[in-house]
Design a protein around this ligand. Structure first.
Ligand code: NAI
Ligand code: PYR
Ligand code: MG
Length: 479
């Protein structure tokens, strides 16, 4: 299993070396003494007094890189120009681009894709705006909108810093489900301005994926947009996460031989994901859910500044447990972490009921590491790609949006989310189920197709679908 920093990797350090002050041999020795393994050296520039070299060094983790950088900076005659590891290199210039579907080879093509030919298409849409679905990118595009306020578990890091996550989601949308997604990071944290802006850009899109917008603002933003737009709006940290958690739990309880409805569930982090996950569990018939945030368990009778917590207090914690996570976790069958690093202690896990299920989902660092928890838990899951049982909303959002785009759903109902959860869980056969395999791999191609089918079926039953399927839409694209 990889460590928390993600296994061995290589970094490229670009150094300007003053020939009269230091030799390359001395630098190589310093890197070696710091535990780095030089695997390649390129001279990228040379002058009479200096050479610039890119040195590729095998390191064990990002902390190890820091050690080597410190050593290099301390050598007289060495100027550190840049450090890039494989992760940073994959981000150079961004991760996605726009590619035309048809080439413009001559003036004839030009006059069709652009003016004057395009004008007829514009007027067709002007006369019947529903034609935007068949004659523009709208039918296959999703806006991934963030304000950068709750990026992974990193907090309010701003719109520019949120972009790599949103670009990553756009890649996943395309690779997993063929959906063209655009990362849109807004330089405002004002609820009304976000709503106004998303509504203003909506004409180009068939769906809106809200992402990493902190609670409680995310609830009003989503609700208003759902009601004011005629395309599906889905805050993935709420519902995508809840769908995948439910899928994982449906299978985890089979492994431990318990009934989900009768389990005691403790959730930490009663924000966007924690509240949606709770609602999903209540909809699935679970009654004993206890939510814990920074101040302790949320309980009836307390007054909260967060209006969602008033709702939470009145709809959860039936035995009115008070106190810290350590106080309320005794005899819990299931722990779900949607808060931050290191919140759950080994001592807390030891207090849980027999065969505990622990989903420590905070990214990038979970509430407890599998290494710490595993001796005491029966089923362990995290949100990360480098451990078994990855409970991550990437198992949901590509398929759910593929489904709603294909049946042109106006919204995503609770029935559609439940159907998606059951579809994900069902990808793992009964005879494949085990402690280490409660949820299909993100790379299992069956997931998107199964979720798409289930979501479309539920969309028709919920009365929100406006097309039988994308294929039929394609066949009748002049409608
Ligand atoms: N694995 C997955 O697919 C997903 C994981 N997450 C993770 O869940 C976490 C929360 O995300 P959101 O709900 O979007 O953020 P949010 O900002 O809406 O909510 C976070 C909540 O956790 C609480 N919290 C933070 N530290 C805490 C602590 N030490 N003890 C108790 N409560 C604490 C905050 O007060 C807040 O109420 C993040 O770490 C995120 O990476 C979120 C979505 C999907
Ligand atoms: C996975 C995800 O959406 C998050 O951690 O915020
Ligand atoms: Mg997120």
């Amino acid at each position: 299993m990889a460590g928390l920093n993600g296994g061995g990797t290589s970094v490229i350090v670009r150094l300007e070396i003053h020939k009269e002050q230091v030799t390359f041999g001395k630098i190589a020795t310093a890197i070696g003494d710091a535990g780095g393994d030089i695997v390649a050296v390129d001279v990228t520039r040379a002058s009479k007094t200096t050479t610039t070299r890119d040195i590729t060094v095998q390191v064990s983790d990002p902390d190890h890189t820091e050690v080597i950088v410190k050593v290099l900076k301390s050598i007289p005659g060495v100027k550190l120009i840049n450090v890039s590891d494989q992760t940073f290199l994959m981000h150079l210039g961004g991760k996605i681009e726009v590619t035309p579907k048809i080439p413009i080879k001559n003036r004839d093509d030009l006059s069709r894709v652009y003016t004057p030919g395009v004008a007829r298409v514009c007027m067709a849409i002007h006369e019947d705006s529903s034609k935007a679905h068949s004659l523009t990118i709208k039918r296959n595009t999703v806006a991934v909108v963030s304000d950068g306020t709750a990026v992974l578990g990193l907090g309010n890091i701003g719109p520019e810093a949120a972009m790599p996550v949103m670009e990553g989601k756009a890649m996943l949308f395309k690779q997993m489900a063929g959906v063209d997604a655009f990362p849109i990071c807004l330089d405002t944290q004002d609820t009304e301005e976000i709503i106004r802006t998303v509504k203003a850009i909506a004409p180009a899109f068939g769906g809106i994926n809200l992402e990493d917008i902190s609670s409680p603002r995310c609830f009003e933003i989503e609700e208003r947009l759902i009601n004011e737009l005629d395309i599906p709006v889905f805050h993935d940290d709420q519902h995508g996460t809840a769908v995948v958690i439910l899928a994982g739990l449906l299978n985890a309880v089979k492994v431990v031989g318990k009934q989900l409805e009768s389990c005691k569930v403790v959730i930490t982090g009663i924000g966007a994901a924690g509240i949606a996950c709770t609602k999903m569990l209540l909809a699935a018939g679970v009654t004993n859910v206890i939510g814990v945030d920074r101040h302790g368990a949320i309980v009836r009778g307390e007054s909260y500044t967060n209006s969602m917590w008033d709702w939470y207090a009145n709809n959860t914690n039936p035995f009115e447990l008070k106190g810290t996570l350590s106080d309320v976790i005794a005899d819990a069958d299931i722990f779900i972490g949607l808060s931050g690093p290191g919140v759950l202690k080994v001592e807390d896990v030891k207090k849980m009921a027999t065969d505990p299920i622990v989903f420590a989902m905070a990214n990038p660092t979970p509430e407890i590491t599998p290494e710490e928890a595993e001796p005491y838990v029966r089923v362990m899951a995290t949100g990360r790609s480098d451990y078994p049982n990855q409970i991550n909303n990437v198992l949901c959002f590509p398929g759910i949006f593929r489904g709603v785009l294909d049946c042109r759903a106006s919204r995503i109902t609770q029935e559609m989310k439940l159907a998606a959860a059951k579809a994900i869980a069902a990808v793992v056969n009964e005879d494949e189920l085990s402690e280490y395999y409660i949820i299909p791999s993100v790379f299992n191609h069956a997931v998107v197709e199964k979720v798409r089918e289930a979501v479309m079926e539920a969309a028709f039953e919920s009365g929100v679908a406006r097309r039988r399927s994308q294929r039929e839409t394609q066949e009748s694209h002049h409608e």
